[in-house]
Design a binder for this molecule. Structure first.
Ligand code: SAM
Length: 337
């Protein structure tokens, strides 16, 4: 079994693939309300190109792939794409991050296609507030989507909640109560990162550390530390006795988790990004398209070289909490959160 090891001894086993920059939501912390300039279709990687890249990445040592966006479920053909990924031998885990809006229609089909599990973004349990944060989303549809994902067995289901002071920090306990039900939901509180446009000017006022939230919860609940099988990322998980769900904390900003970072990203326009918060990238799409050949051996070699190049420039760590410069290049909607 091959392993991809970077210059700092980290094993890179996880690839996040953004399949589109388009989204049916305009979350206040992620995208501007202004008209969004989408990447032209021909500049977006074709599904066949992504499958080729993932195949080579797996040959080199990647074992887990997460599909993200934009909103991955707005891209036509996503179910067949998952089927193709499933055919890649040695790819152990395929997951998908979604806002959940289309999930009730897709959950069963995605499961049948070979998707293992989903992460669902949910920042409020109050209809009006949810609409305001997402700029027009439907809480009802997302809750139905969660039910469908549970029914389809897309487990474990992780609910991603970005904490924004003064907006949803008063709902933390309502989210925690979801873990006390007889439903295996893993609620993950995520620190808001300076990557959007609208609330960014007030970033310091809106940021709330998960440590602060955790300290409040500890006063009221006994949080037992637990391990969950798919937790290879930065979250730490806890459980309250009696509930089937778990609570996770992701300290994206207040504590670096770069030392154990095992991931690399492929953007929808075909750039390999070894770190979400660094501008360094490798244009793998251009390299493949410039080759102008269908020769599998040549293409595979080009892809391999470009993946290795991206790993070789993976920085030791990000300095996001020291300097919020060049924010545009951090936009999650473009890179894939
Ligand atoms: N559309 C999908 C969704 O809503 O989950 C996938 C893409 S979205 C960019 C991926 C994740 O990034 C979401 O969980 C979202 O909450 C998170 N995200 C986006 N901007 C963020 C920010 N400024 N700080 C923290 N998380 C952010």
């Amino acid at each position: 079994m091959n392993k991809l090891i970077d210059n700092f001894g980290r094993e890179i086993s996880y690839l996040r693939v953004s399949i589109t920059d388009r989204c049916n939501y305009r979350c206040i912390y992620c995208q501007s309300e202004k008209k969004f300039e989408f990447i032209p279709h021909q500049e977006i990687l074709r599904f066949e190109e992504i499958v080729e890249i993932v195949q080579e990445a797996v040959n080199l040592g990647i074992t887990k792939v997460r599909i993200t966006g934009g909103e991955p479920l707005v891209r036509k053909g996503v179910v067949d794409f998952i089927k193709k990924l499933r055919e890649i031998k040695k790819l152990e885990d395929i997951s998908l991050t979604t806002n959940g809006f289309f999930l009730s229609e897709y959950a069963e089909k995605l499961k049948d296609a070979g998707l293992n599990r989903v992460n669902i973004s949910l920042d409020s349990l109050q209809e009006e507030k949810y609409k305001r944060i997402t700029r027009g989303g439907s809480l009802e549809k997302v809750l139905k989507g969660i039910d469908s994902a549970l029914k389809a067995g897309l487990l474990p289901i992780k609910i991603n909640t970005v904490l924004i002071r003064g907006i949803n920090d008063n709902e933390v306990e309502d989210f925690v109560k979801l873990t006390l039900l007889k439903r295996p939901l893993n609620i993950r509180f995520i620190e808001f990162m300076p990557s959007g446009e609208e609330v960014i000017n007030e970033f310091e006022n809106k940021f709330i550390s998960v440590q602060e939230i955790k300290e409040k919860l500890i006063k009221k609940y006994l949080l037992n530390s637990i391990k969950i099988s798919t937790a290879n990322g930065p979250a730490k998980y806890f459980q309250i006795k009696g509930g089937e769900g778990t609570i996770g904390f992701i300290t994206a900003l207040s504590q670096h988790f770069c030392k154990t970072c095992n991931r690399i990203r492929l953007t929808s326009e075909g750039k390999l990004r070894p770190c979400l918060f660094s501008n360094k990238e490798v244009d793998i799409k251009q390299a493949i398209r410039n080759a102008k050949t269908d020769d599998k051996i040549i293409r595979s070699k080009i892809i391999r070289n470009n993946i290795e190049k991206a790993i070789s420039i993976k920085p030791e760590g990000h300095k996001l909490n020291e300097k919020f410069s060049n924010r545009d290049s951090f936009k999650m909607s473009k890179i894939g959160g």
